[in-house]
Design a protein around this ligand. Structure first.
Ligand code: ISC
Length: 474
């Protein structure tokens, strides 16, 4: 990636910006290869979700990612370039090659030092790499370099435009498009999103009857655990619902981020009317300045209705052999994988609790310094799926998941996030999630099964997780 220093207060209507696009096009002529021109401009603080609402067209692929606790949100809208891997185990390698070849032909300028400036590649992967027919709405790997990207990091906002330039592109028209988009973005206003929309009343007291299949699967899995074929398996259920009207993506995201500020609110849309949306507490991989963090998150209990009951539930969770085993296998797996990649994982000495508004989990953030030469997607390829969403031994658990679950997991429980041009990244696991299309939603939730699991409690956990999401969909 070539960084061209510039006046960081570059204005889109100024000649130098137009000339920058012309110069990048000239490089594409000389190299006989399209060039990606990336412009970053600081904007007054704005809400990327409001921008998503204001400028995304139904046919635009898009991506939304918000971490309320960190005061960060990023919206990616439309495509400069997209890359799909339909299926196959080489998907992480192929995605990596694509990103590297883009970066080798990227020229970036403007406010390049701001957080979230420069090109970002938004990626989503399906849980399994060989998709079951009928075709899923998302291929097994998608990488999106968006046309427009708007991010907020605390009180600063940055706008990024990416153009893939070939000799025949009309620079005047592209420049005009950029100016128009900026005008629209400046008008985007988060007040349009307030107040929080009250969740769909007709589903509020919906009694989730776990499918007969889920209950049967839990019993059968417990048999396999007892006869030692499996140590742990994470089984999920999917519930299909029809809403009285089309589900509103932006309003639902707005609800999710307010109801679950401790989670990552996310959505990815394929531009064909299907969106995958959720609020996940599980960070699979974050790398900033060569420092890596990954979460072991497994073992759950509800939140109490009173502080006394809450403390009691937390105490039980922290002292339960069954929950600790369910959690410990995730820590061991992650540490083993990172060590094999040449990293030195650091694990806090005591178990921690991640307390969300409706549920609490055993939580261990694992950290390491990243040695040079390892790409974030190398790590993702090794970590996914962890025993927090698959099981132990992993291959057996994955085979059994396919046998037990009558639905395709699609993007559920799979990695979703972004990578920048310097190897920084943030990926979450797509749990507490739903696939939405028009007035239809498929909600997913799962629970880890180990020796000592009580099927009724696992069912209650899955129901609790499903309700979490349903509350926000409008
Ligand atoms: C698989 C899910 O959660 C995982 C993450 C945290 C706690 C879990 C558990 O306690 O079972 C699961 O391992 C899900 O929410 O669909």
């Amino acid at each position: 990636m070539l960084v061209v220093p510039s006046d960081t207060n570059m204005k889109p209507d100024r000649k130098d910006l137009y000339q920058f696009l012309v110069a990048c096009q000239q490089v594409s002529v000389e190299k006989e290869c399209p060039q990606i021109a990336t412009l970053s401009l600081e904007l007054p603080p704005l809400d990327p979700l409001a921008v998503l609402q204001a400028i995304a067209q139904p046919e635009d692929p898009h991506f939304y990612f918000e971490n309320g606790n960190k005061g960060e949100a990023i919206a990616a809208i439309g495509a400069a370039i997209t890359f799909h891997v339909p299926s196959g185990s080489a998907r992480f390698v192929k995605a990596q090659t694509f990103i590297q070849s883009c970066l080798a032909n990227t020229i970036t300028t403007g406010a390049t030092d701001l957080p979230f400036a420069g090109p970002h590649f938004f990626c989503n992967f399906t849980f399994f790499d060989d998709l079951r027919p009928p075709e899923s709405a998302f291929p097994c790997a998608t990488v999106l370099l968006p046309r427009w990207q708007v991010a907020r990091c605390r009180n600063r906002s940055v706008f990024v435009a990416n153009f893939s330039l070939s000799p025949r592109d009309n620079i005047k028209a592209l420049h005009q498009d950029l100016c128009n988009k900026l005008t629209q973005i400046r008008w985007a206003n988060s007040r349009w999103l307030d107040p929080v929309n009250f969740p769909n009343q007709s589903f509020q007291n919906h009694d989730f009857k776990p499918t007969a299949n889920f209950r049967k699967s839990v019993y059968s899995a417990l048999n396999r655990i007892n006869n030692k074929t499996l140590n742990k398996i994470v089984l999920a259920d999917a519930i299909d619902l029809n809403f009285p009207r089309p589900i509103n993506l932006v309003k639902s995201l707005n609800n999710l981020r307010r109801l679950y500020p401790d989670c990552y609110t996310f959505a990815t849309g394929n531009g064909g009317g299907t969106n995958f949306i959720g609020a996940s507490p599980e960070r699979l991989l974050a790398i900033y300045n060569h420092q890596l963090t990954t979460d072991a998150l497994a073992g759950s209990a509800p939140r109490g209705k009173t502080s006394g009951e809450d403390a009691e539930l937390a105490k039980l969770l922290l002292s339960s052999d069954k929950e600790i085993h369910e959690h410990r296998v995730v820590i061991d797996f992650i540490c083993d994988r990172l060590t094999r990649l040449g990293l030195t994982p650091k694990v806090p000495p005591q178990l921690l609790l991640l307390q969300l508004s409706n549920i609490q989990h055993l939580w261990t953030p694992i950290q390491s310094t990243l040695p040079p030469g390892i790409h974030p997607l190398d790590i993702l390829a090794d970590l996914h799926p962890t025993p927090a969403v698959a099981g132990v031994p992993r291959d057996t658990a994955c085979q059994e998941i396919r046998r037990y679950e009558a639905f395709d997991r699609g993007l559920y429980a799979a990695p979703l996030g972004w990578i920048d041009g310097y190897g920084n990244c943030e990926f979450i696991v797509g749990i507490r999630s739903a696939l939405i299309e028009g007035d239809r939603a498929r909600l997913y939730a799962g629970a880890g099964i180990v020796a000592g699991s009580d099927p009724d409690k696992e069912l209650a956990e899955v129901q609790l997780k499903l309700k979490t999401l349903l509350k926000a969909l409008v």
